[in-house]
Design a protein around this ligand. Structure first.
Ligand SMILES: [Zn+2]
Length: 173
């Protein structure tokens, strides 16, 4: 896929500038790709973890924490709340940042997944066009396959207690 210059529109060419990079042969503008940032909600009810099953590629049919990309003008914790609502119908409040996961396995680009502890405030768990299944799972009964892009790592860290949750997290609506 060819990239084009943001300054003059010319097609970028691969050059060497400390490392291999794309640059504009006409005006010299250099393309510096950055990691994509996504935010997820880790939501527990009776010590069961909320997971959703993705309806689309990439990661079609894989289970993941409700999550999505952070908009450039959005606080990541608010992105986590927004994505949980969009994907599960649950209104949540994002609390502590529990962990971050670098990933290089997503076809949409490398990124960093932020995982926030979220507590349910309102709403009913419901399916959306993006999610074909949703449910709460115990540590012993986690469904598979799990999505990449940091999700499997985060879910397994919850399973083994490496993602610490503070206090009571039952919070029925
Ligand atoms: Zn240019």
């Amino acid at each position: 896929m060819a990239h084009h210059c943001l300054q003059c529109g010319a097609e970028l060419q691969t050059t060497w500038n400390e490392r291999e990079r794309e640059a504009c042969p006409q005006c010299g503008w250099v393309y510096y790709p950055q990691l994509k940032l996504s935010a997820a909600g880790l939501i527990l009810k009776n010590d069961r973890l909320l997971l959703v099953r993705r309806a689309f590629e990439p990661w079609k049919d894989c289970w993941y924490l409700p999550a999505g990309y952070v908009e450039a003008d959005e606080d990541p914790s608010e992105a986590a709340q927004r994505e949980v609502l969009e994907e599960t119908g649950l209104v949540v409040r994002a609390g502590r940042l529990l962990g971050g996961y670098y990933f290089d396995d997503d076809p949409r680009g490398n990124g960093f997944l932020l995982v926030y502890e979220c507590r349910i405030r309102d709403g009913e768990l419901s399916l959306t066009p993006e999610t074909r299944e949703a449910g709460f799972f115990t540590r012993e009964q986690l469904p598979r396959p799990m999505a990449g892009a940091g999700h499997a790592s985060a879910i397994l860290d919850w399973q083994t207690g490496r993602l610490e949750i503070s206090g009571a997290t039952i919070d029925e609506p």
